[in-house]
Design a protein around this ligand. Structure first.
Ligand SMILES: [Mg+2]
Length: 327
């Protein structure tokens, strides 16, 4: 069979028994999809690409790649407070590998099922392995979370725990030695991140800004500081750390992982003092309960790190956290 004929068959992996939604008039199979956006809503759209040997290595299971490319896009929607609806996929493959396609489509479909998303279209081409997903979601008109509305005095929160994905990568590259049990746990976080979709939506009328932690807390918080023209004071002893992280490295290293390693896909957001009571009640029983880690200041773009109220410098060079990034 010719290459193009083989590549035509790929569509079968992405259509059989996948979730479908009422707002999709026409999905995969025509030149383009036809969709009915929800009334009184705004469309929120995000795109992310993952390239082999840049964003993941050859040992990454295909199912993890399928999960993660969808999860990182939904994480961006979560950071906007949006409800996910539709995904489209662009897939570049060196060859038609049925086992890989099975795993990849399985990982992607699991996310679509969990978040009630429909895959509405895609394209496959031959070339070096690379996957791109565009996620479409809705937010009630003018209620999206943004980066540019934070004010001095707002409290800074983060969901879940930080630094686990970075620890997994460090262990994989043998930069740190960790136990098998901890490795399994953090590898799960690197391969199968959980987008904080529900929390993102519940923050809509509460948070003054939000971002997802893809490049590391300091790097991502800086985007909020820049967009809102504020500074931040962070209590490094308040950073939420997993047992896997605290039992694998010393305190200073754990803080460094939490501040500078990427790929955690938690949400970092700010809450004004006036909304704090409502917020704490709302979040008290949430499984990924957000932790308050500091407060915004009126010193534009400055981040001051404190440990027990004292200035903390650690081993962080002023701009030296780039090399902790996972790619
Ligand atoms: Mg983002």
């Amino acid at each position: 069979m010719s290459d193009s004929g083989e590549f035509d068959l790929i569509a079968n992996y992405f259509t059989h028994r996948w979730p479908s939604r009422d707002d999709v008039v026409l999905g995969i199979g025509d030149d383009a999809a036809i969709l009915t956006p929800a009334e009184n809503s705004q469309l929120v759209i995000a795109t992310d690409t993952m390239v082999a040997d840049v964003h993941f290595d050859q040992q990454t299971p295909a199912r993890a790649i399928g999960h993660k490319i969808a999860a990182v896009n939904l994480s961006d929607l979560a950071a906007m407070g949006a409800e996910p609806a539709w995904l489209s996929l662009a897939l570049t493959l060196p060859k038609v590998d049925e086992e890989w396609l099975n795993g990849f489509s399985h990982g992607l479909r699991e996310i679509c099922e969990y978040y009630d998303c429909q895959l509405i279209g895609g394209d496959t081409t031959k070339g070096p392995l690379s996957v791109t997903v565009t996620a479409h979601g809705f937010v009630p008109a003018d209620h999206a979370l943004r980066r540019d509305q934070a004010k001095p005095g707002d409290w800074i929160y983060v969901t879940g725990t930080l630094g686990d994905a970075g620890l997994a990568l460090a262990a994989q590259q043998q930069r740190v030695q960790i136990s098998d049990a901890h490795y399994r746990r953090v590898l799960e976080r690197l391969y199968f991140p959980t987008p904080r979709v529900a929390i993102g939506q519940s923050l809509r009328d509460i948070a003054s800004s939000a971002i997802d932690v893809s490049d590391g807390l300091l790097a991502d918080l800086r985007h909020i500081l820049k967009a809102s023209n504020v500074g931040a004071r962070l209590a490094v002893d308040e950073l939420p750390l997993s047992m896997a992280l605290t039992e694998s490295v010393n305190e200073e290293q754990a803080i460094q992982f939490a501040l500078t390693s990427g790929d955690d896909y938690e949400l970092c957001f700010t809450v004004p003092e006036s909304k704090r009571g409502v917020f704490d009640t709302l979040m008290s029983r949430h499984p990924a309960k957000p932790t308050c880690i500091g407060r915004l200041t009126n010193e534009p773009h400055k981040i001051r790190l404190e440990h027990d109220g004292e200035r903390w410098q650690g081993q962080l060079e002023q701009h030296g956290y780039e090399h902790f990034r996972t790619a």
